[in-house]
Design a protein around this ligand. Structure first.
Ligand code: SF4
Length: 447
């Protein structure tokens, strides 16, 4: 995923390539804001950039390999244009630290997940020819003080980071090691940031965190996630609230009440199950059983009828049998996910699961993934076609990639394309859904 870069008239050009998911997109916005002070304006091309930063993700091996291939690609550019600076931040930087400077001699700086605040100083040092790596974790109090506010360009929607890190230690996951302990940002700062964003025209916020619904639980005197949602819902002019990612074990009764009581809270939840087998869930250290997950989905559907459930699934976890995999398929049959992100298990060195014997061959894993994805494609197509003929409220977010259409999303997070005046961007419109495809809906504005 590449952050949409906008050219601004600063004297030096910054190109940021963002890997992974929304959290990194949000961090890239903060990086851009921090470096504005040094005269760097964003460019959408690395070819003319003075500073190239790769904001990386190491959750899966594939994302990590991509970082190394991009670093190789930028070697030629560094040789052609002296003075271009190259840096790596995010999870791969955190994992590798100084080693990365040794492995990649044409790299100028490496900044870890807790070190964004040091970036301006590091870039200045790099401009003087000093190569540096900063990856030390910092204590919770200092981290809270340094939590950078978002500084995205004004738009209709905005990501707002509310917490970082994770204490769950799912056995396959590298996040607790590269992002550090869970910490919640101060609620007063979050509410102030969203209030200011809404005054600048933002209509929808997505609250971000590795485990967003455990917000406040580990921070003395902080309010709960459900309370935070209620405070944000009280902001005048804000139309919609979304959040991601949530852990099934941290969906509290108060959060269920929010889905029933807060119309601004969208009827969609991303609720990763990861497997449908109790044996695999226990080996993954997920902290819930299949029955508990199903009961939670039922409670969410009671609290908000029609809520759209999306999720993540891992296939080929060490020891997963065909029977375990069948239980994953049957969980999908019970839930009928609106969408599902599915992956082959990716060994992450340093995690508990990396020590488990893995008796399943690659071909078998791929075959399981293909079966799972084929089933999900049917569910997604059925789900999308079930909206045809219905009326939906759509927040129009911008021009679609096709150019002649606008796009927006329903309350349940389905993408809708529609032919309408560009002046409707940023407004909420009533739409009749006229057609559907695998990835989106087509709509007409209700006169
Ligand atoms: S909840 Fe589990 S999978 Fe999610 S970030 Fe934390 S350790 Fe990783």
């Amino acid at each position: 995923m590449t952050l949409e870069n906008t050219i601004v008239p600063e004297s030096k050009l910054l190109y940021i390539e963002t890997f992974g998911f929304q959290m990194n997109v949000s961090d890239s916005e903060k990086i851009a804001a921090l470096l504005k002070g040094l005269g760097y304006g964003l460019t959408d091309s690395h070819a003319n950039a003075d500073l190239i930063l790769l904001n990386t993700c190491s959750v899966r091996a594939k994302a990590e390999h991509k970082v190394y291939s991009q670093l190789g690609r930028f070697r030629g550019l560094k040789q052609e244009r002296t003075g271009v600076l190259l840096g790596v931040g995010g999870c791969v930087a955190q994992q590798e630290g100084e080693r990365l400077l040794k492995k990649v001699p044409w790299l100028d700086l490496v900044f870890g997940t807790h070190n964004l605040h040091l970036l301006p100083e590091m870039v200045r040092a790099a401009e003087r020819g000093e190569r540096r790596a900063e990856v030390a974790f910092i204590d919770a109090e200092t981290r809270l003080d340094l939590f950078p506010p978002g500084d995205a360009p004004a738009g209709t929607t905005r990501f707002v980071t509310v917490m970082q890190g994770c204490d769950n230690y799912c056995s396959y996951c590298i996040v607790p090691y590269v992002r550090g302990r869970e910490i919640s940002r101060r609620s007063a700062e979050i509410v102030a940031e969203i209030t200011a964003a809404v005054a600048a025209g933002v209509k929808e916020v997505t609250l971000l965190g590795q485990n967003v619904n455990s917000y406040g639980g580990k921070t003395d005197g902080e309010i709960s996630f459900a309370r935070l949602l209620r405070e944000i819902a009280a902001i005048d002019g804000l139309e919609r609230i979304r959040f991601t990612t949530s852990h099934p074990k941290d969906v509290s009764p108060e959060l269920l009440d929010c889905f029933a009581a807060l119309p601004k809270l969208c009827g969609h939840i991303h609720l990763p199950a990861q497997s449908g087998s109790d044996t695999v869930l226990a080996a993954m250290n997920r902290g819930y059983t299949r029955a508990e997950y199903l009961a939670l989905v039922a409670a969410l559907t009671t609290a908000r009828p029609g809520i759209q459930i999306t999720g993540d699934m891992i296939v080929g976890f060490p020891g997963e049998t065909e029977d375990d995999f069948q239980q994953t398929l049957s969980l999908m049959e019970e839930i009928h996910y609106a969408d599902l992100f599915s992956f082959i298990y990716s060994v992450r060195s340093g995690t508990k699961a990396a020590q488990l014997p893995d008796g399943i061959n690659r071909k078998e894993k791929q075959e399981r993934l293909d079966r799972l994805q084929s089933l999900q494609r049917e569910f997604t197509a059925q789900r999308n076609s079930s909206f045809v003929g219905t009326r939906q409220r759509v927040l129009v977010e911008g021009m679609s990639k096709r150019g002649n259409q606008l796009y927006g999303r329903t309350d349940g997070n389905r993408v809708v394309n529609l032919v309408a005046e560009p002046s409707l961007v940023g407004t909420m419109v009533e739409v009749t859904i006229t057609d559907s495809s695998q990835h989106s809906l087509l709509g007409e504005i209700v006169a």
